[in-house]
Design a protein around this ligand. Structure first.
Ligand code: NDP
Ligand code: HSE
Length: 439
C-alpha cells in the first residue's frame, strides 16, 4: 500500500498554519500514510516573501512567490489554501477547482462569504473542498455535525469559537491583565487573524457561526445575516460583577432553530459559572450542541495555533486522499445536506430574539431612583431576577447598579434601555450583556 505513488500537494501560505501543516505531515508521515492508503507529500509551496526565515524542514519543497505555479501544476492533486482573507484566496481557490484540483482550506472568511459559489463550482467540477480547520482550529466540529449528528434535528448550538477572544477574556479574569497587552500576546502566539479586529469585534466568530449554522440547519451560508458584537467593550468591572453574581462572561456564537426563523448571533454572554462552557479557558474553544435525539453534546479543544489547526488540515487531506477514487455523487455533501435540499429559512432580526440580560448603569445615590428604573421594567413587562447595588465611592455622586432580568424580547429591552438612559438620575450609557443558561 505504501508503495503507491505519493499524492502531491501544493501549499498556499507558509505562515502559522502552513508551517504547522508541514511539521505534522513530516512528523507523522508513517501514521498518515497508513491511514490514507498513500503517502501525502507537499511538493510546492507559495509565500509572499521568499527571503523570510521559516524555521521549517523545506527540503524537497519548491518555494515560489507565484501561487499559479502550483495551481497550474498537473502533478498536484490537492491545493491547500492557508493564505487567509477573501482575495486573492477566492480567485486562487476557484482557479484550482477549475483545474480539477481538490481544495483544503482553513479560511473561514472565504467559506462564510463565498462558500456558496465555491461549493457550486466544486460540485460542477466533481472535486472536494474540505474546510474542517476553518471552525474551532483542532476540534473536528464540522465532521461531528455533518456526520456524527446526521440523525438529529439540531435545535441549537452555542460555542466559544474564537480562541483569541477567549484568551483575552480569560487573562482579564484570572490575572486582571489589560485588553491591549493580552491581544498583543495572542498575536505573538499566532492565534489572531491578520487583522485582529476580526477577533475582538466578533467578525471571525460570525464567519464560523455562519458555517456551523449552514451545516446544522441545512441553510445556505449567509454571513451578512449574523448579528455581531465583539468583546472590546467588556470592562474589568463587568467581569468582576458577573463573577459576584455567579456568572462568567464568554464570547459566544449562538444559532438556534426558533421555529418560525433561525437565530444567528455572536455576542458576549453571561453563562452560569457551573456550566461547562463557562470553564473553557485560554485559547480553548468549545461548542455545545442540542440535537433532538442525542440531547446535549459538547466538543472541546484548542481553537487556534499552528499544530492544532494543522491537525484539522491534515485530517482533511487524509479524507480527500481516501476518497480520490470515489464517485463524486457518493461523497459527503459539503454543507451536510444535499445541495438541492438546502432550505431558505428566514433569519430572525435581533429585536425578535428573546434572552435574559445583565444591565449595568450609573445612577445618583438618592431615594426614588431605583423605583424609577424598576417602574420602567414593570411597564414593559420585564421581570427582574437580581439587583446588585455597589457602595458609593466617597466624593462620587453616582453608584453602579446591576440588574439581571428574566428572558424578554430584545425589542422590549431596547425600549427599556432608551427610557432608563433618558432618566435624569442615570448618567451615561447602560451596559447590556445578554445572559443564557442553556438549561
Ligand atoms: P499567516 O499570516 O501566519 O500566514 C499567511 C501565509 O500566506 C504567509 O506565509 C504569507 O506569506 C502567505 N501569503 C499571503 N498572501 C499571499 C499571496 N498573495 N501569495 C502567496 N502567499 C501569500 O496566517 P495563518 O497561518 O495564521 O492563517 C492562515 C489561514 O488559516 C487564515 O485563513 C486563518 O484565518 C486560518 N486559521 C488560522 C488559525 C491560527 O491559529 N492562526 C486557526 C484556524 C484557521 P509570507 O509568510 O511571505 O508573508
Ligand atoms: N483567530 C482565530 C481565533 C484563529 O483566534 O480563533 C482560529 O480560527
Amino acid at each position: 500500500m505504501q508503495d503507491l505513488i505519493p499524492v502531491q500537494v501544493g501549499l498556499l501560505g507558509l505562515g502559522t498554519v502552513g508551517g504547522g501543516t508541514i511539521q505534522v505531515l513530516r512528523r507523522n508521515r508513517d501514521e498518515i500514510t497508513r491511514r490514507a492508503g498513500r503517502a501525502i507529500e507537499v511538493t510546492c509551496a507559495a509565500a509572499r516573501d521568499l527571503d523570510k526565515p521559516r524555521g521549517l524542514p523545506l527540503d524537497g519543497i519548491a518555494i515560489t512567490s507565484d501561487p499559479l505555479t502550483l495551481i497550474n501544476d498537473p502533478e498536484i492533486r490537492i491545493v491547500v489554501e492557508l493564505i487567509g482573507g477573501v482575495e486573492p484566496a477566492r480567485t486562487l481557490v476557484l482557479k484550482a477547482i477549475a483545474n480539477g484540483k481538490h481544495v483544503v482550506t482553513a479560511n473561514k472568511a472565504l467559506i462564510a462569504i463565498h462558500g456558496n459559489e465555491v461549493f457550486q463550482a466544486a460540485q460542477e467540477r466533481g472535486v472536494m473542498v474540505a474546510f474542517e480547520a476553518a471552525v474551532c482550529g483542532g476540534i473536528p466540529i464540522i465532521k461531528a455535525i455533518r456526520e456524527g449528528l446526521a440523525g438529529n434535528r439540531i435545535e441549537w448550538l452555542a460555542g466559544i469559537i474564537n480562541g483569541t477572544g477567549n484568551f483575552i477574556l480569560t487573562e482579564m479574569l484570572d490575572k486582571g491583565r489589560d485588553f491591549e497587552t493580552v491581544l498583543r500576546e495572542a498575536q505573538r502566539l499566532g492565534f489572531a487573524e491578520a487583522d485582529p479586529v476580526f477577533d475582538v469585534e466578533g467578525i471571525d466568530a460570525a464567519h464560523k457561526l455562519t458555517i456551523l449554522a449552514a451545516i446544522a440547519f441545512g441553510i445556505p451560508l449567509q454571513f451578512d445575516k449574523v448579528y455581531t458584537e465583539g468583546i472590546s467593550q467588556i470592562t474589568q468591572a463587568d467581569i468582576d460583577y458577573a463573577e459576584q453574581l455567579g456568572y462568567r462572561i464568554k464570547h459566544l456564537g449562538i444559532a438556534r432553530d426558533a421555529g418560525d426563523a433561525i437565530e444567528l448571533r455572536v455576542h458576549p454572554t453571561l453563562v452560569p459559572r457551573r456550566q461547562l462552557l463557562a470553564n473553557v479557558m485560554g485559547v480553548m474553544n468549545a461548542v455545545l450542541i442540542k440535537g433532538d435525539a442525542v440531547g446535549q453534546t459538547l466538543y472541546y479543544g484548542a481553537g487556534a495555533g499552528a499544530e492544532p489547526t494543522a491537525s484539522a488540515v491534515v485530517a482533511d487531506l487524509v479524507d480527500v486522499v481516501r476518497t480520490l477514487t470515489s464517485d463524486p455523487e457518493n461523497r459527503v455533501p459539503h454543507l451536510a445536506f444535499q445541495p438541492a435540499a438546502l432550505s431558505n429559512r428566514r433569519v430572525a432580526p435581533m429585536d425578535a430574539v428573546a434572552t435574559a440580560y445583565y444591565l449595568r448603569m450609573h445612577a445618583v445615590d438618592q431615594p426614588g431612583v431605583l423605583a424609577d428604573i424598576t417602574r420602567i421594567f414593570g411597564d414593559l413587562r420585564i421581570s427582574i431576577e437580581a439587583i446588585l447595588q455597589k457602595e458609593p465611592v466617597p466624593g462620587e455622586p453616582h453608584v453602579p447598579i446591576i440588574f439581571l432580568t428574566h428572558r424578554v424580547r430584545e425589542r422590549s429591552m431596547n425600549a427599556a434601555i432608551e427610557r432608563i438612559e433618558a432618566l435624569e438620575s442615570v448618567t451615561g450609557r447602560v451596559t447590556r450583556i445578554r445572559l443564557e443558561t442553556f438549561a
